[in-house]
Design a protein around this ligand. Structure first.
Ligand code: CA
Length: 521
């Protein structure tokens, strides 16, 4: 009954809107579109069926792809959480926005696209994972997780207080987003909503709706799971992020989450404890234990993804039911890619494909053709200028990314970008991934690990898994030289300074104590 009343009142509103637009039909409808950025944390393209996942189905993300444009080569400037967020906000590389690594607070006094959209007449909201330490700026409304935020019962920070909300975080953030869309925003302005999930970030805790998913599924390890890194520089072998060696007791759910209610804990134990006991008793070793860890990891990761997909479905349904869908650009992206066992790894950081690429899908009704797949070299540094362009606002000259609007309207632009620059700075730190920078073209990749003065080079067409560097080989000398020239040009164009921060010796990797006892992140 209430629903019917709501629907009929919406119908009246629809008629009024229709009448208004008919009465002014001599001028085209130029209302700036709403912008909804659905942003997740650490979502591998390989765990999205629209990207060809062999593991899971994501019908709601797939729906966006079917109705919009899917980018197959969306690259991040610096593959880690806070730096990616800063790049999205500013349209600049890390060395200019100041967020080179996780940890330090983001300088919120600088120019960001939400501030510029505000100035252009938008109402702006940030709901979910912020992860930049400083208070969000440029938003008329925010409700954010504190730091990484837990999967259950998250404290939610607003400008005035921090309150714990009981439940599963992915569901709660969606409730908050829908509440704001329905009751929290001024209806006479276009909106920007940044709706940002914690999931599927480590340590991959499933929600009550999906806690038993994939229970009997055995996951096939990637071909490179046992990569011994003999085809790489010395950097990968120094890192600490192998599924078979470095997952800890929390990751593998040997121990339950610490902050569950009694009811949540009962549900959790129902699903996990008997299996833990079985494993402890069975004494798995070698490849059997590796497969068990991989299954455990994949199940939990994918369960977290399934809740994200469900909740995206709730939001898309809401947009349809309210008529907002017609004039709302919906974007799906993660802050970077992620490893699902490639090279033996979990986590991100590297310039290799699984973490360099992020899923990126845009649905722009009336502008972007449905079901198009694009392979231009686009990036998260392009998000800010794109959103400003969509809104009809000016793009500041100091933004380093470029608007994707012409690609969105025309399907592709082969001349959009011939080479992409990447740099990762966070060493020493978790996972011990050496600092590096490099260039990627449509076919080739050159990486320089500058702390150890070692190079790698790949032909992505011949070696898509990047297992055998061709750097230093006589037959590729011309290619190598040309990539080095392009790399230097990009560093000059983007005004990248030398990274002169000292690199202490002997501080990385020594704290790993094994999968039953290690408790980090
Ligand atoms: Ca992340």
């Amino acid at each position: 009954m209430i629903k019917n009343t709501l629907r009929s009142s919406r119908f009246v509103v629809l008629l009024l809107v229709l009448g208004a637009s008919l009465s002014s039909c001599s001028t085209p409808d130029t209302a700036p579109p709403n912008i909804l950025l659905i942003f997740t944390d650490d979502h591998a393209s390989a765990a999205i069926s629209a990207y060809g996942s062999t593991f899971n189905n994501t019908p709601n993300i797939d729906r966006l792809a079917a109705e919009g444009m899917l980018f197959e080569t969306a690259l991040v400037t610096n593959s880690i959480c806070a730096p990616s967020r800063a790049t999205v906000l500013t349209g600049k590389y890390s060395h200019l926005n100041g967020q080179m690594v996780n940890g330090p607070a983001f300088d919120g006094s600088q120019q960001t696209f939400p501030k510029l959209l505000q100035a252009a007449g938008y109402t702006t909201a940030m709901i979910g994972k912020w992860h930049l330490r400083s208070a969000p700026t440029g938003f008329d409304h925010y409700q954010v997780l504190v730091g990484q935020g837990p999967y259950y019962n998250p404290p939610i920070r607003t400008p005035t207080d921090t309150t714990i909300i009981e439940g599963y975080t992915t569901d709660i953030l969606t409730d908050l987003a829908l509440n704001w869309l329905e009751d929290g925003r001024p209806k006479d302005k276009p909106f920007l909503l940044m709706y940002q999930h914690k999931a599927p970030h480590r340590n991959w805790q499933p929600g009550p709706d999906h806690i038993d998913d994939f229970m009997d599924q055995e996951f096939e390890m990637p071909a490179t799971f046992y990569d011994d890194h003999s085809g790489h520089s010395s950097a990968p072998a120094q890192s600490v992020m192998r599924i078979d060696q470095h997952l800890n007791a929390n990751d593998l759910k040997i121990t339950p989450p610490r902050n569950l209610t009694d009811e949540q804990l009962a549900r959790w134990n129902e699903s996990y404890d008997p299996r833990n006991e079985a494993v402890r008793a069975s004494g798995l070793h070698g490849a059997e234990l590796d497969q068990w860890k991989f299954n455990r990891y994949m199940r939990d990761y994918l369960r977290a993804v399934q809740s994200v997909d469900d909740n995206i479905g709730r939001v898309l349904d809401y947009l349809d039911e309210t008529g907002l869908a017609d004039n709302t650009v919906v974007i799906y992206a993660s802050d970077q890619g992620w490893y699902l066992g490639e090279h033996g790894w979990y986590d991100k950081r590297w310039m290799y494909e699984p973490s360099l690429k992020t899923p990126f899908i845009v649905r722009w009704p009336g502008q972007t053709e449905a079901g198009v797949r694009n392979s231009d070299l686009v990036s998260n540094v392009d998000f800010a200028p794109t959103f400003l362009d969509i809104a009809g606002a000016d793009i500041p000259a100091d933004m380093q990314g470029k608007s994707l609007v012409s690609i969105l309207k025309e399907g592709s632009d082969p001349d959009f970008r011939d080479a992409f620059y990447y740099q990762y700075y966070e060493y020493p730190a978790s996972h011990c991934v050496r600092r590096h920078y490099g260039v990627r073209t449509d076919r080739y990749k050159l990486i320089y690990f500058y702390g150890i003065d070692e190079w790698e080079m790949y032909d992505l067409q011949e070696d898509p898994d990047e297992v055998s560097s061709i750097y230093g080989m006589e037959e590729h000398a011309v290619l190598e030289a040309s990539l080095k020239v392009r790399l230097d040009q990009l560093r000059e164009e983007y005004e990248v300074p030398e990274d002169t921060r000292p690199i202490p010796d002997g501080v990385c990797g020594s704290d790993v104590t094994g999968w039953m006892g290690y408790d980090a992140d």
